[in-house]
Design a protein around this ligand. Structure first.
Ligand code: SAM
Length: 277
């Protein structure tokens, strides 16, 4: 008996017309549909007149539901995996089920389709040549700031998902840790009130502070300046000279270099003795 296939089926992120023929066909033909929220998915199925068996697979039951779905696949059933919206597995459960399938040599087929990250990036006007997807930052302020600090030297466009009630806090932390960079805030993509806010982080803050923050958001942020990375690739001596040539005094330059390279000031001070300025 051959094993079944797991089909990853992306669903619209707002506009129902964005579903593909192939997704509809697959949802009709599989033996069962594993959905993040069965009630939510039932509405979608009703809209497209799809009648099929629905089971739930979400963050809180995935440890029991996942192995059960694997059993179904192993006895030859095919399964379509859908999340509430967009591409299953991108910042929603799905990743774990795919891993389980691969461990058991069960074929996994991803159907292309809507995802908020790619939709927002494509219209952002920021560099799409290289990008880094961060997804959701942590809810805890301290952890969130630590994470922003870790990614501050990334030079590629950085993309975040964020909920409406944390948007302003996140923008404040971004400005504090990453500086007042250019940002594009994509709201309610593909829906009636779709909006792209383009500007600097502090302008975005004033804009969203003046109104009630509603809807779903993707934040697309310009990457950090190449300069920071180049500095680190310099020797300690070159790094010091770089700042001193910018008019910064030796003592301050030592402190800055030590901080950026995360090395003791004493090491930088020793190197500074070689510089005759
Ligand atoms: N798997 C989904 C995908 O491929 O886009 C993402 C799921 S994640 C749980 C939900 C988050 O995606 C939202 O909080 C929001 O940040 C973003 N999102 C989803 N739909 C969106 C939309 N229509 N407009 C803007 N952001 C959206």
């Amino acid at each position: 008996m051959s094993v079944g296939t797991l089909y990853i089926c992306p669903t619209p992120i707002g506009n129902l017309d964005d579903i593909s023929y192939r997704v509809i066909k697959t949802l009709k033909e599989v033996d069962l549909i594993a959905a993040e929220d069965t009630r939510h998915t039932l509405k979608l199925l009703n809209h497209f007149e799809i009648k099929n068996k629905l089971v739930s697979y979400h963050e809180h039951n995935k440890t029991t539901s996942g192995p059960q779905l694997i059993e179904n696949l192993l006895i030859g059933q095919s399964i379509a995996l859908v999340s509430d919206a967009g591409m299953p597995g991108i910042s929603d459960p799905g990743e774990d089920l795919v891993k389980l399938c691969i461990e058991d040599n069960i074929p996994v087929v991803a159907l292309p389709g809507p995802s908020a990250v790619i939709t927002a990036l494509a219209a952002s006007g920021l560099s799409t040549r290289r990008f880094f997807f961060e997804g959701f930052l942590d809810r805890q302020k301290k952890v969130r700031k630590e994470r922003l600090n870790q990614i501050k030297n990334i030079t590629e466009t950085i993309i975040f998902y964020e909920s409406p009630h944390r948007l302003k806090e996140t923008l404040k932390d971004m400005e504090l840790v990453l500086g007042n960079r250019h940002i594009v805030i994509a709201r309610e993509l593909t829906k009636k009130y779709e909006e792209y806010y383009r500007g600097h982080i502090n302008d975005a803050l004033s804009y969203f502070e003046a109104k009630e923050v509603k809807g779903e958001f993707v934040l697309i942020l310009e990457g950090g300046e190449e300069k920071v990375i180049q500095e680190i690739q310099m020797s300690i001596e070159e790094h010091l000279i770089y700042y001193m040539n910018e008019g910064i005094n030796k003592k301050e330059a030592i402190a800055m270099v030590a901080k950026e390279r995360q090395i003791p000031k004493r090491d930088v001070y020793d190197v500074s003795l070689k510089i005759k300025k």
